[in-house]
Design a protein around this ligand. Structure first.
Ligand code: CA
Length: 231
């Protein structure tokens, strides 16, 4: 079963049934709401992945509903409406809708729009994961947890060593000057900060590199700074 849940907000029973039957036939889960109030209740209590929204609802204009939902959620909203004027589309998109489908619509197009939304959500998820976890060869840094690993072994780093490793990893491939790094760590770049940096770099390398004398991950640029190599 597809775990994707679609909230169908539509007050016209034949259209609502057409949409839910189509979703069911393609293994999507769905929820339904026939009013704006019911839509808000369903959206807040069941956390759907996407909303199909009719603009002409009995108790509330769909554009108002989009604005309300946007105050607390970024979930994708695909408008399905009989209003075909450009101004209506623009108004809905400006209010925060993600896509707009005009009635009458083909179920194939509806499914295609849904797949586009799914792909977009998946790539956003990947981006989020890649921002939280950095991987370079055997080195893995879980920024959210504040832990670094070499293979399966956790590196026992001091707070300064960890900070240093994060600064280098977040700029992988770039040469970072001593000043840039010390500013990031201590907020200053006095000579003694640069001397301290050398000491912390040496202790970090002992933990990170299998051969600290010919480092694999962190390259020294004499007189300039350091660079993490993409291995
Ligand atoms: Ca309607």
């Amino acid at each position: 079963m597809n775990k994707f849940v679609v909230l169908v907000v539509e007050d016209d029973p034949p259209i609502r049934n057409l949409i839910t039957t189509t979703l069911q036939a393609h293994d999507y889960h769905y929820l339904t709401a026939a009013t704006g109030k019911a839509a808000i209740l369903e959206a807040t209590s069941h956390n759907p992945n996407v909303i199909f929204l009719d603009l002409g609802l009995p108790d509330m204009d769909g554009v108002e509903l989009i604005k309300k939902i946007r105050t607390w959620s970024n979930l994708p909203i695909i408008v399905i409406s009989a209003r075909s004027e450009d101004t209506d589309k623009i108004e809905a998109l400006d209010a925060g809708a993600d896509d707009y489908l005009t009635k009458p619509f083909s179920v194939e197009e509806l499914l295609a729009r849904l797949r586009v939304t799914q792909r977009r959500l998946a790539s956003m998820q990947n981006e989020l994961t890649s921002q939280c976890v950095f991987v370079n060869g055997n080195l893995r840094i879980d920024y959210a947890a504040g832990c670094a690993y070499l293979g399966d072994t956790e590196l026992h780093l001091t707070p300064i060593e960890y900070k240093l490793l994060c600064i280098l990893s977040k700029n992988v491939g770039k040469v970072l000057t001593h000043t840039f790094i010390t500013e990031k760590i201590w907020g200053s770049s006095w000579d003694n900060d640069i001397a301290s940096l050398r000491v912390f770099m040496a202790t970090l390398r002992k933990k990170l590199e299998s051969q600290p004398d010919s480092p694999q991950y962190i390259q020294t640029h004499i007189g300039v700074g350091y660079r993490m190599i993409k291995v």
